[in-house]
Every structure is written in C-alpha cells, then in structure tokens.
Design a protein around this ligand. Structure first.
Ligand code: ADP
Ligand code: MG
Length: 195
C-alpha cells in the first residue's frame, strides 16, 4: 500500500544566488507557512562532481534544457543559430548543462528535505516556472527573480532561479540519498497535525 500522502518527502536546494541574496529565510518561511514540514536542513559547498551527479544525464532531460532556450528564442524573436550556433535542442542542452555546473558550484547551497501532503507537487507550485520571467507572481521564482533562457544564454550562463525542487517522487528519493540527507531526517509532529 502507498504511504499516507502527508508522509511524502521532497528535496529542495536553495541555489547559490538564493543564499547570496539573503533569501534562505524567505524560502524556508514560504515552505513552512504552506504547512509543509522541514525535516532536514544543511548548508553545503558543492563540488562539480556532485552537481554533475545531481542532474540527470539522459538525452531526453538534456534536450529539454535546449528546448527551454528555443522556446524563449521563439517567443522573444531571437535567432538560435546566430545566438548559439545551432537550432537543435540536443546540441544546446549540453552547453546549458555545463553552465549549470558552474552556477551551482559558485557558492554554498542549502539542502532541505521537506515532508507533507503531496510535497513534491506543492514545492514545485511554490517554486514556479523554471524561467523566472515566466513564473507567476506569488511564486518564489516569480516574486524574487527575473531571468530567462534567452537572457542567460546571451551571457553564457545558466538561468538564475533561486531554488531547485525535485520534479517527481523518484527524483526526490534519488536526491535525498545523493545529498547524504537520508540519515539526517528528523521525525516530529507539527502542532496542526493534532497528534
Ligand atoms: P527545474 O529547475 O525547474 O526543474 P530543469 O530541471 O529543466 O528545471 O533545469 C535545471 C536548471 O537548469 C534550471 O533550474 C535552470 O537553472 C537551468 N536551465 C534550464 N534550462 C536552461 C536554459 N535553456 N538555459 C540556461 N539555464 C537553464
Ligand atoms: Mg528539474
């Protein structure tokens, strides 16, 4: 039987721009006020190798990175061949992945394990769209950042969007393990759980 929905866990990283902008508290506040429970928390300076292992390596995922570039190029009228030397998502993706490793190792991150009802989807909803310029106001990325693939790629860097959040329960389980947080989870009840 599947566990109770309130036992679902997910993984969040406050990215180096979030930490350096002093937004760690704000991110944590938004998670807590939504009724989600923080069950593990730690600051960490990542190595390139750790980030390389954190993000998927499969072709579909890497191509999806390139597609984000192509979609904003189309929306804002940029020529992919002129800007990136190619209009193939699968060729743009690997370049973006490299920039992502540089970005994610540019300063400390905060690792957070979050538990609560449909935690994975709830945190994705709090985070907002990958591209802050497309993220709704009221989301963390929409309220505190403005960036897009078109802008980031022009500067040969990854999109700065303050936080990482697991996309699926499987991704969350992999990431909690990968970031060494499995043995650091605290079990307690929040007042509103009524236990
Ligand atoms: P999300 O973080 O919303 O799950 P992805 O998993 O698709 O998004 O991408 C991982 C991270 O890579 C993003 O959060 C963003 O920082 C960066 N990124 C994604 N696509 C691009 C792109 N086309 N150009 C630059 N950076 C990108
Ligand atoms: Mg992702």
């Amino acid at each position: 039987m599947k566990p109770h929905p309130k036992e679902e866990t997910t993984f969040v990283l406050i990215k180096p721009d979030g930490v350096r902008r002093g937004l760690a508290g704000e991110v944590i506040r938004r998670i807590e006020r939504a009724g989600l429970k923080i069950v593990a928390l730690e600051m960490h300076q990542s190595s390139k190798e750790e980030i390389d292992r954190h993000y998927p390596k499969d072709e579909a995922w890497i191509t999806r990175l390139g597609e984000k570039t192509l979609s904003t190029y189309e929306k804002y009228g940029f020529d992919a061949k002129e800007e990136m030397g190619t209009d193939k998502a699968e060729k743009i993706g690997p370049q973006v992945r490299g920039w992502l490793i540089d970005y994610m190792t540019s300063g400390p991150v905060v690792k957070i394990v979050v538990q609560g009802v449909h935690a994975v989807d709830m945190i994705r909803k709090l985070a907002g769209n990958t591209q802050p310029a497309l993220a709704e106001m009221g989301t963390i990325r929409g309220d505190y950042s403005v960036d897009s693939a078109a802008s980031a790629n022009k500067d040969k860097r990854a999109i700065h969007n303050l936080i990482h959040a697991s996309e699926t329960a499987e991704e969350a389980a992999h990431e909690i393990e990968h970031w060494g947080m499995k043995g650091k989870i605290h079990i307690y009840t929040r007042i509103e759980e009524g236990l």
